[in-house]
Each structure stands twice: as structure tokens, then as C-alpha cells.
Ligand binder design. Structure first.
Ligand SMILES: *Cc1c(COP(=O)(O)O)cnc(C)c1O
Length: 339
């Protein structure tokens, strides 16, 4: 990886040397296995293929200036994968097994770890699949858990780039009592109609409203929404939003910076009143929103002046990135050095 242009690495798949697998059979998890193959061999009637019995996680490992590799809040990813498994009746991956697989996947692929200062990181993808052969609709009795890693470049290559968002009202990502709160592939399939609607209209991502009334803001594509006004960080509360670990961390940082934090329903009508808005998730941390356009009414709201992100968003972004890369004091105890 010596001649890699780390700063311009896309957010895509780069083959690494190893990935980790573990199989659940006869009611228990087996030993971790290491492989160099990047294909899997599963039964044609596996429940993940037909009935979407699948869950995943997305996290990153960061190289510090001190040469230490850090994981960020891995316990939260482990917990969330348990709740995803519960949500669609899959075998749960125990926390220690989750950690062991993640650490092994990162350390065995150490040479793919992007150097400090490039803004790039090693993206980690834990994946849980129902692999038992079943034609009737019921939970599988066999599962496969795997972890692969791939180096990813900085989301914003020349600093922040405000994103353009389209409000999509003619499709929903998740229903109020559906699976929006858990990280399963099915939500992503359901989101593609809205994603393509936004992209075809020239926007970066869709803004989903609550499925029932189309009155409240739910999510921005596969990221949580936030708005800032009057020294208050406001993020929607809804049963169909995926609880973002980035958002959870940003809320703690905002509070630590002396801001008020509110988690409550956010009406679309309130959007105009925000001084800054953004989307947050592991990939970008914070993507400032520059423009929101309602595809139905044609109305446009602009946020970033001169194409620049708001000062508070930028401050929060830098603080979180600093903690992740070990450049700033980790007073919250979020990072763990693994090698
Ligand atoms: C993964 C995901 C997020 C972001 O969660 P993080 O833990 O911050 O990466 C937000 N929304 C959806 C729908 C997601 O799948």
C-alpha cells in the first residue's frame, strides 16, 4: 500500500488480505475463522437471500500520530447489532465475539491502515446473515457472522462540502412500527426509491419525513438529521430513525460545549428557523446541509452562506475527528487502543 494516494481514496471496496468469519449452528457459535477469499459460499435457499434476514454495522479504526490504532465506541456497534438481531429474530453475536472478530480483522490487515494525517481510516463492516435453508417464512436456525475491512478516504477532500437535499414525500424508508430503528439491509432496499428520486433531480440525498403524517423530519438518506439554533442542538425523535452513534457522540460534545440538546419531533415547518443544519453518520461524521428543496412544492431553503458550513457544525466536527484520531483528549472514554 506504499504508493496509495490516501487522501483521494474513494469510499469504496478495496480488497484487503483477510476477513473473519464465524458460524452459528446447533444453537451455538463456533470458532473464528480467517480467510483470504472475498466470496462466500451459501445455500441457495438461505433466509438472507430470500427474506432479508440480514443485519450489518459500519465503524472505523483510526491511526493516531502515536502509531496506535484506535476503535471508536465499538461497544455501541456491538449493542446495536444485538438489537438488530433481536428485531428480525436472528442469533445474537455476543459482545466479546464481536470485538474479537473486529480487532482481528483490523490487526491482520494492518498494512491497509491509512496513515495519520491523511484523513483516511479503515472502515469496518460486520455482517450477520441467516444462512439456513428455508422456503417457508420463518427465522433461520443457522447464521454466519463476518467482518471485513476496507480503507476509505476522507469524506470531504477539500474540507467541508455542503450537501444538497431533496424532500421526498412519495416514498418511505421505514414504517412507524417497522424496522427503521435497526440496521438491516431491508431498510436500504426500501430507501433506494427515495435516493434515486433525489439523485435524478440533481440532489445528493433524500430527506425522509415521518411515514404517517409527512409532517416531521425523519432521516437524511442513511444519516441522522440535526438543526442548530439559539445555542441548541436539535435532532428528531421518532420510532423509525436508526440511532446513530455519531449523533449520540455529537450530542455529548454539543452539551460539553455548553449548548442545550433537544431530542424531539422536528416539524418540517421548523426547518427554516435553523441557523445550521446537517446530517451525521460514521462515513462523513457531519455533512453540513447547504440547501433543502421540496420536490413537491418547489420550495428551496438555503443554509450555508458562501458555500461554507456553519461555525458550530465545524467546531463539533473538528472536536469529534480529533478524538477519533487521538489528537484531542478523549474525556468521554470513547476510544480504545487495540494495537
Ligand atoms: C448507519 C446509519 C446511520 C448512522 O449511524 P452511525 O452509527 O452514526 O454510523 C444513520 N441512519 C441510518 C439509516 C443508518 O443505517
Amino acid at each position: 500500500m506504499e504508493n496509495t494516494d490516501w487522501k483521494n481514496l474513494p469510499f469504496g471496496y478495496v480488497k484487503t488480505d483477510y476477513n473473519i468469519r464465524c458460524y452459528y449452528r446447533d444453537g451455538k457459535w463456533g470458532e473464528l475463522e480467517v480467510t483470504s477469499k472475498d466470496h462466500i459460499d451459501i445455500h441457495i435457499a438461505a433466509t438472507c437471500l430470500h427474506y432479508g434476514q440480514q443485519a450489518f454495522e459500519g465503524m472505523k479504526a483510526f491511526m493516531g500520530k502515536d502509531g496506535n490504532i484506535r476503535l471508536f465506541r465499538w461497544q455501541e456497534n456491538a449493542k446495536r447489532m444485538v438489537s438488530s438481531a433481536e428485531g428480525i429474530f436472528m442469533a445474537q453475536v455476543p459482545k466479546e465475539l464481536f470485538k474479537e472478530a473486529v480487532v482481528k480483522a483490523v490487526l491482520m490487515n494492518r498494512k491497509f491502515m491509512p496513515p495519520h494525517g491523511t484523513g483516511a481510516a479503515l472502515y469496518i463492516r460486520p455482517l450477520l446473515l441467516g444462512t439456513g435453508a428455508q422456503v417457508g417464512v420463518k427465522p433461520s436456525n443457522e447464521y454466519m457472522f463476518m467482518v471485513f475491512v476496507t480503507p476509505v478516504g476522507p469524506y470531504f477532500k477539500e474540507g467541508f462540502n455542503p450537501v444538497k437535499i431533496a424532500i421526498v414525500k412519495d416514498s418511505d424508508r421505514a414504517a412507524p412500527l417497522g424496522t427503521g430503528q435497526i440496521k438491516v439491509g431491508g431498510n436500504y432496499a426500501a430507501s433506494l426509491r427515495g435516493v434515486m428520486r433525489a439523485i435524478d433531480a440533481g440532489y445528493g440525498s433524500p430527506m425522509y419525513l415521518d411515514a404517517k403524517e409527512k409532517k416531521y423530519i425523519d432521516e437524511i438518506g442513511a444519516a441522522n438529521f440535526f438543526g442548530i439554533k439559539n445555542n441548541t442542538y436539535i435532532t428528531p425523535k421518532s420510532d423509525s430513525i436508526l440511532p446513530s452513534i455519531t449523533n449520540m457522540s455529537v450530542m455529548a460534545i454539543a452539551e460539553d460545549m455548553g449548548m442545550k440538546v433537544e431530542r424531539r419531533p422536528v416539524a418540517l415547518d421548523e426547518l427554516e428557523s435553523f441557523e445550521e443544519t446537517g446530517a451525521c453518520g460514521t462515513a462523513a461524521i457531519i455533512a453540513p446541509i447547504g440547501e433543502v428543496h421540496d420536490l413537491e412544492t418547489g420550495k428551496t431553503i438555503n443554509f450555508c452562506k458562501d458555500g461554507k458550513p456553519g461555525p458550530i457544525s465545524e467546531k463539533i466536527y473538528k472536536r469529534l475527528l480529533g478524538i477519533q484520531f487521538g489528537d484531542e483528549e478523549d474525556k468521554f472514554g470513547w476510544t480504545e487502543i487495540i494495537g
